[in-house]
Design a binder for this molecule. Structure first.
Ligand code: NAI
Ligand code: MG
Length: 336
């Protein structure tokens, strides 16, 4: 049994968490859930959106599965999610996007995995007003790109490609304009690529990438990029295969990993039993793979695909079904 910290989170969090733990139990996953709180619920109960015993539990067990969190206004945290990523140096944000059966989108046969640098770039929070008397308002932001962090995320992408028998890594940048920051990222990428002669390597400028992803997304396999570009392109990639409700995500560092749904707490549908559990479920499959329970993950994936083919009856309304969170969960369990 592997201990995993479970943070159900806010809003629809407990509904989709119940679904996921039910399905994993049915599939025989060897996981012992250590339930902890964070977000708005934790703030209301303890005055702290990220209680010490939650942090201590992640520190001890090193793996967490997390539902969506509402960051309470006025709690002194910019974002609990960002705080967790920084605290445990979860430098890789990994977002697979794979075409799913029976989910209508204009795109076919997409199968890409995007690696986003999760700790630097323009998202370090160094934004300020510049005082200039008698002039118009002036603000600026600083982007940080270090050789070490670039190498970590790029190497993580190549290692993933090797482990999963992927053929190509595409590095996305804007080195023609941001010559020092994303230029450094590109330079490190070219150097790291030399260590992986069996993996094809290419680099694309981000604006071209945006077009290519819509024109011919099938050409991409593993993609690696800096924080801001990764934030935008990973949502674009999700959109190609059905959106944030059906794509999972992982945040991985050298000695801790946190798996999460990328959507929010969906306040408009809380308590209606119509939340789609797939995003958190796919995140939990990434978790099972991370702890080497590959067969269980594969069995659940097959059951999900089978259920999606029958979707009109069992699946949640957001993907065109007539069912509820409960019927969807039950159908996946029955198909395992
Ligand atoms: P949201 O993702 O919660 O909702 C956007 C729309 O998508 C809503 O119509 C919602 O009903 C729908 N939706 C989301 N997840 C769904 C699911 N699993 N099944 C079916 N429909 C689903 O984004 P919104 O409304 O911008 O944010 C709500 C709250 O969530 C905010 O407090 C925000 O801060 C928080 N949030 C937390 C995130 C996290 O913990 N990773 C990420 C994004 C937002
Ligand atoms: Mg985002």
């Amino acid at each position: 049994m592997k201990n995993v910290v479970l943070i159900p989170g806010d809003g629809i969090g407990s509904e989709i968490t119940n679904s996921v733990t039910t399905i994993l139990e049915k599939a025989g996953a060897e996981v012992n859930w250590v339930e902890k709180s964070a977000g708005l619920k934790a703030y209301e109960e303890t005055d702290n959106p990220l209680p010490d015993d939650t942090v201590e539990a992640i520190d001890e067990h090193r793996i967490a599965l997390k539902g969506p969190l509402t960051t309470p206004v006025g709690s002194g945290f910019r974002s609990v999610n960002v705080a967790l990523r920084q605290k445990f140096n979860l430098y890789s944000n990994i977002r697979p996007a794979r075409t799913l059966p029976s989910i209508d989108t204009p795109f076919r046969d997409v199968d890409m995995v995007l690696f986003r640098e999760n700790t630097q770039g323009l998202y370090i929070g160094k934004e300020q007003w510049v005082e200039e008397a008698d002039k118009e308002r002036h603000s600026e932001a600083i982007a940080v790109v270090t050789e070490k962090a670039s190498e970590q995320i790029i190497r993580a992408a190549f290692e993933y490609a090797v482990r999963n028998e992927r053929k190509k890594v595409s590095l996305i940048h804007k080195a023609n304009i941001l010559k020092l920051t994303t230029g450094l990222f590109l330079e490190v990428g070219k150097r790291v690529a030399e260590d992986y002669p069996d993996i094809q390597f290419e680099d694309l400028i981000v604006d071209n990438m945006a077009m290519q992803m819509v024109m011919r997304p099938q050409q991409f396999d593993v993609v690696v990029t800096t924080n801001l570009f990764g934030d935008i392109l990973s949502d674009l990639a999700s959109g190609l295969v059905g959106g944030l409700g059906v794509t999972g995500a992982a945040n991985i560092g050298d000695d801790a990993a946190m798996f999460e749904a990328v959507h929010g707490s969906a306040p408009d549908i809380v308590g209606k039993n119509i939340a789609n559990p797939l995003a958190l479920l796919f995140s939990s499959l990434m978790m099972l793979e991370h702890i080497d329970q590959h067969q269980v993950a594969e069995n659940i994936r097959k059951a999900i695909y089978k259920t999606l083919v029958e979707k009109k009856v069992y699946c949640t309304p957001d993907i065109g079904g007539k069912g509820t969170t409960s019927t969807f969960t039950q159908a996946i369990c029955d198909n395992i």
